[in-house]
Design a protein around this ligand. Structure first.
Ligand code: SAM
Length: 224
């Protein structure tokens, strides 16, 4: 079966499980070629709903988690997005397809930070090769510090699990009315996915579900 056909089947399955509901997220999941962000050995598993190894002991999240986070963030055209944990670059591409679709009159942008230089460099190449070179900026560094140069952000997504508290720089760099989505809890087990909305000086936090992510390592994350 061709990749596009497999991708369609995956999207249909996520829709039937009510994980994918928003038309802009569905469109992006149908369009972005997940297989092009994977290492050679994982390509045949690209459209299975499962996390996969991408090297450096890191993973690309399962497609249902990508879809869920995009929907929880209520991503829309024109949003300025900050992602912590570039990994393969796939989730950044998905966000970019939503916030800065081709020929947009009001294109948004995705800034994505990865602590492993090798992964950041690899993701950069894959993003350029798949047409996301203009709409995504990859930064190598500690994402727990955010990226103040481009703040404030409409949306922030963290794709590695934080210790209990949300890194304060990320709260500061979120726009008033903005949304942040983050897994938090222990380093390995017992993590929960939260959606946090900033309203003036207060933050409304909602627990969504139990999850399992690799740890967020950095100044406001877990120690190395
Ligand atoms: N979003 C990614 C994708 O689409 O492939 C998957 C991310 S993977 C689950 C988590 C990533 O977060 C890893 O690549 C890891 O190196 C990175 N990471 C962990 N702590 C970080 C930090 N403080 N700053 C930036 N990246 C970090």
């Amino acid at each position: 079966m061709e990749f596009e056909e497999k991708r369609k089947k995956l999207v249909e399955s996520l829709k039937s499980r009510n994980i994918l509901t928003e038309p802009n997220v569905i469109k992006a999941m149908l369009k972005v070629p997940r297989h092009k962000f994977l290492p050679e050995g994982a390509i045949s598993s690209a459209y299975i709903d499962s996390p996969l190894s991408i090297g450096m002991s890191q993973t690309i999240s399962a497609p249902h988690m990508n879809a869920m986070m995009c929907e929880l963030l209520k991503l829309k055209e024109g949003d300025k997005v900050l992602e912590i944990g570039t990994g393969s670059g796939y989730h950044a591409a998905l966000c970019a397809e939503i916030v800065a679709p081709k020929n947009s009159q009001n294109p948004g942008h995705v800034y994505t930070i990865e602590r492993h230089l090798e992964l950041a460099d690899r993701a950069k190449i894959k993003l350029v090769n798949t047409g996301f070179g203009e709409s995504v900026t990859v930064i190598n560094g500690d994402g727990t510090l955010g990226y103040p140069q481009e703040a404030p952000y409409d949306k922030i997504l963290v794709t590695a699990s934080s210790p209990k508290k949300v890194p304060p720089p990320l709260k500061q760099q979120l726009k008033d009315g903005g949304i942040l989505c983050i897994p938090a809890g222990s380093k390995e087990w017992g993590q929960d996915l939260y959606v946090i909305c900033k309203k003036g000086k207060s933050f409304d936090s909602k627990r969504i579900t139990g999850v399992r992510f690799v740890p967020l390592i950095g100044e406001w994350g877990f120690p190395e």
